[in-house]
Design a protein around this ligand. Sequence first.
Ligand SMILES: [Zn+2]
Length: 330
Amino acid sequence: MKHTPNIPYQAPENGSSQAHGPFQARDCVICGYHTACPAQHELGAVRGNTERFMHASHRLWKCPACSAIHSLDQVDFKDIYSNYPLNRRRLDIFARGTLRNLLKRLRLAGVKKNDSILDYGCGNGVFIAYLKEKGYAGAAGYDPYVPEFSHKPGGLFDCVVANDVIEHVPDPRRVIRDCAGMLKPGGLLYVGTADSEGVDMRRLEPHVMRLHQPFHRVIITGKSLQDLGRETGMELIRAYRRSYMDTLMPFANYRFLDEFSKALGHNMDSSLDPAAARIILKRPALLFYALFGYFRPSAFEPAILLRKPARTGLKHFKDSPPDGSYGMEK
Ligand SMILES: [Zn+2]
């Protein structure tokens, strides 16, 4: 597909949840940088990558101090997640290949089969299903926008996983703290997210997939992710730059997913249809990326593994989001 030029910053388009207005003064939610008048190269607008939002323009601002990208237009979370395409994700060959890699990261950090594991922001529970299939019977999930998982489990866990979650919330710091508070002493927290590094605000179309508007509210850098992790008082035991989706298994790599998505016009709803795989037969380049995409990444997805101190030392925060809210905007 041809790259289309960026949608002009102030052009209001149908389908957006709120009419576009002038830039309002704001603080970066990650580093606190304040601006009332951002430079033009800090601003951009991009279409979404789901059927519902692919024709709407979504305004973004990239903080010049820490490179966090903020989605500027307010959304109604209940509404946008009411028919979220990723919640139709199945445990298919791609999911198995990538989730295997995610589980490997946890296992290498010491997670055992009899551990209690919470998938925080679990969507339709595809990772929980995978964990249970692999014998991790103590896997549970929480996702305020999926009725089956909307009850936040009580108690403390050996491991909490927040994978591809913090970019979906208005305040990533709050969710990391909330996860930390749900860990047993000595427990492990895995946080993985999209990466704002390398996103040129003047040319956003190549990044439609990682920007995932309007669902991604704040996209940060790997460095900021590590800083947020350390702030909790937990020990940073491992940091990853490559996506957990990047494996040497055919089809299980981020670049393939990106190219596959691009071939389908970056319409996530279409790419989740099993019939969409036929496009691979028509585009030999996709087969190349299915096999060798690992060596040609189009983006990174930083992740961190943190260990809660065995006794004391974890900072206490009073602002954990209440059950059922995730700390979301209204
Ligand atoms: Zn910032």
